[in-house]
Ligand binder design. Structure first.
Ligand code: FAD
Length: 425
């Protein structure tokens, strides 16, 4: 006997990835539910005040052009831009023990920017604002159980109720309870590093440049934020768990002094800091992204060191490709929940995710290595690459990742518009 499921697609987790997927597949083609115990507050159109470092979300992401395009096609980008996004035109990377550096400029690529720094709460809030206007059922519960019932999946919710679906998508983050419940195995390793995040105020303007210094304990990034006199930055300071504990315990003044020293006072003294938070850094990759009736996306499928700001950019590509495959199956009259459809998504994404993770791991090891020959190699390599304009531009163009986005998600809005209409703050 055929049982009619409650939904065609249930998305578990309403972070950036889950909310983006709900926008992409929730336009009425299917009965879609988005399940998250803590949906964000309703969207406010006015930009949040930026009178002090506490007015910013401590968690930010550097978004590539591909992510921008995808978010634009989902209708979220204009909302984000109306609140607060921070385009950056330069990137400057250097090594603690050498004299070499590498520098990228958007103008060399004839691009208006290399990307945008955006607070996580703005990305998530703008996506939820779109979801709330779509025929998507919002379920404010956590998922507590997973079971297969023939071709369907049954999810048990925190309040003891349950719902059934043809397909469930786990977008429930790095610890993914759903991945564990569905017994999808991962490979993972601890970096023995914590990332301290905070918003800081510097003496000198950030020059709309993303700065990163490689220290022996881990990289330190200053990411430019839109704010008074361009003097606000979001920092990610990756270091040992012991040093992270010490840095968190310091009074603000001592922390600012230590941070300024670690950053070689590139932007003058650090004169203000928000509350700080340390996040453990792990690399993790699911051995399979799909099984019958279930697919994993974004952090539920893979987490990566934040040194190159790729985590949710890879996650948005997962979401864009999964939605592309589901819509493609529908257009061809094929059952969208078929394992072969899900496997096409896995084939299109796993190689790129693994290659990016391997490259980041290589960077991390090269820059974390202390032996003299390796220090010489990375300084000579950086100096050499910085002088090779063509090659350097190829590397930067790869990082924009525009080619990876399925065509149906290209918004077609010329990028110059963003730079000239004042949409971008
Ligand atoms: C220090 C740091 C800096 C970073 N910088 C960058 C960057 O510059 N660029 C970049 O691209 N990426 C960056 N990342 C990575 C990026 O933050 C993550 O990739 C992104 O937040 C993952 O989004 P997600 O939607 O997959 O998961 P999450 O944001 O973790 O969302 C998961 C959602 O699932 C919900 N959930 C959990 N359990 C359940 C359950 N049982 N039932 C229902 N719902 C559930 C949660 O409430 C949450 O809303 C950084 C990460 C760190 C740690």
């Amino acid at each position: 006997m055929d049982v009619t499921p409650d939904f065609d697609i249930v998305i578990v987790g309403g972070g950036m990835a889950g909310a983006a997927l709900a926008c992409a597949v929730g336009r009425g083609d299917w009965r879609v539910a988005l399940v998250d115990p803590v949906p964000p507050a309703p969207w406010q159109d006015e930009a949040p005040a930026s009178q002090g470092p506490e007015d910013y979300d401590r968690r930010v992401v550097a978004l590539t052009r591909a992510s921008e395009e995808f978010l634009r096609s989902l209708g979220a980008w204009e909302q984000m831009a109306a609140q607060r996004i921070s385009p950056y035109q330069g990137m400057y990377v250097w090594d603690a023990d050498g004299t070499a550096h590498i520098e990228f400029q958007a103008a060399d690529l004839y691009e208006p920017s290399l990307g945008h720094i955006v607070e996580n709460r703005i990305v998530t809030g703008a996506l939820w604002h779109q979801v709330r206007q779509l025929p998507v059922q919002i379920v404010s519960q956590k998922v507590a159980g997973f079971a297969r019932m023939g071709e369907l999946v049954r999810l048990t919710l925190g309040d003891g109720s349950s719902l059934t679906s043809k397909l469930v998508v786990a977008a429930d983050g790095a610890e993914s309870p759903l991945r564990r419940m569905a017994a999808l195995p991962t490979r993972e390793w601890d970096y023995e590093q914590h990332g301290i995040v905070a918003t800081v105020v510097t003496e000198k303007p950030h020059q709309r440049t993303a700065w990163q210094r490689f220290l022996p304990e881990g990289p330190l990034a200053f990411l430019p934020l839109h704010g008074p006199d361009d003097r606000y930055c979001s920092i990610v300071w990756s270091t040992t768990p012991e040093q992270a504990r010490e840095l968190l315990a310091m009074p603000d003044e001592a922390f600012c002094a230590a941070l300024g020293d670690a950053f070689e006072q590139r932007l003058g003294a650090v004169v203000g800091v928000s509350r700080r938070q340390a996040l453990p850094l792990r690399q993790r990759h699911a051995k399979h992204y799909v099984q019958p009736g279930i697919a994993l996306v974004a952090d539920a499928a893979h987490t990566i060191h934040p040194l190159a700001g790729q985590g949710i950019n890879l996650g948005f590509l997962d979401v864009a490709v999964l939605a592309d495959e589901l819509l493609r199956a529908r257009e061809r009259g094929v059952d969208f929940a078929r394992l072969s459809v899900l496997q096409r998504f896995q084939r299109r994404r796993m190689g790129h995710n693994l290659a990016t993770m391997a490259a980041m791991e290589g960077f991390k090891r090269l820059f974390g290595a202390d032996p003299l020959p390796l220090r010489w190699m990375r300084n000579t390599g950086m100096r050499w690459l910085n002088e090779q304009a063509w090659l350097k531009n190829q590397v930067a163009a790869l990082a924009l990742a525009q080619d990876m986005l399925p065509k149906r998600w290209l918004s077609g809005v010329p990028q110059e518009r963003v730079a000239t209409t004042g949409l971008a703050h």
